[in-house]
Design a protein around this ligand. Structure first.
Ligand code: PEP
Length: 250
């Protein structure tokens, strides 16, 4: 069944004590578990601590990245096996900051996707156009190419491990949000693209999250669209009240 999901990407924020405070804040704000699955994604150094803090809460944990290789001479990198060994079964791949600042190409992401699947990890696959693409009316082409090159090599049966996160780059961390109409239009296109390649059953089941300056004030309007199944939240996920308000916005 298609799930509602609200995931918080903490990026390179929060020390260990601050991580403890934010998790405590989220737990305190969550009087009951919302309809949506809640995922938090702290920095690598704080993942195991967070895993311990989340025990028994139902809140899930995701890593922000991982290497495509299983192990070896890759100084500074983290493998799928390492993540799984500390209880992390979900990984965010293809975030626009990884693409733009760390040179992650569609080809590399395709390898990471394969590695995640081989290791039975769930993938939150991020993609989205830049402002110049939208201005040139190439946003649908760009999004389709990212999906085709980075993700559409997987087998039909692997789609149960995939969550899609459409994040227009021009809306990430900028305070500018896609309008609910723009989000719905693109999510509809994404679902139809999945349907074309894999069939309606897969397309109907996959959760498609929107990311880009989601806040408590705009979450409800965005999430009320039929093809928007939740959000990937950056800045607002660093504040417990705001994050829980977004999680409760369905
Ligand atoms: C993100 O980085 O995935 C994101 C959506 O950030 P923000 O919510 O801050 O725009």
């Amino acid at each position: 069944m298609r799930k509602k999901i609200v995931a918080g990407n903490w990026k390179m924020n929060k020390s260990l004590p601050e991580t403890g405070e934010l998790i405590a804040g989220i737990k305190a704000e969550l009087s009951t578990m919302p309809d949506a699955e809640i995922i938090v994604s702290p920095a690598f150094t704080n993942l195991y601590y967070t895993f311990e803090l989340l025990k028994g809460t139902g809140i899930k944990l995701a890593a922000q990245n991982m290497n495509a290789a299983d192990h070896g001479a890759f100084t500074g990198e983290i493998s799928a096996e390492m993540l799984k060994s500390i209880g992390v079964n979900t990984v965010i791949l293809g975030h626009s900051e990884r693409r733009a600042l760390f040179g992650e190409t569609d080809a590399l992401l395709a390898k990471k996707v394969t590695t995640a699947i081989e290791n039975d990890m769930r993938i939150i696959f991020c993609f989205g156009e830049e402002l110049k693409d939208r201005k040139a009316e190439k946003h649908f082409d760009v999004v389709l190419t990212q999906l085709e090159k980075g993700l559409f090599h997987i087998a039909k049966e692997n789609w149960e491990s995939v969550v899609l996160a459409y994040e227009p780059v021009w809306a990430i961390g900028t305070g500018e949000t896609a309008s609910p109409e723009q989000a719905q239009e693109m999510h509809d296109f994404i679902r139809k693209s999945v349907a074309k390649k894999y069939g309606d059953d897969i397309a109907d089941e996959v959760s498609i999250l929107y990311g880009g300056s989601v806040k408590p004030e705009n979450a409800q309007e965005l999430f009320s669209n039929p093809d928007v199944d939740g959000g990937l939240i950056g800045g607002a996920a660093l504040d417990a009240k705001s994050f829980v308000a977004i999680a409760n916005a369905f």
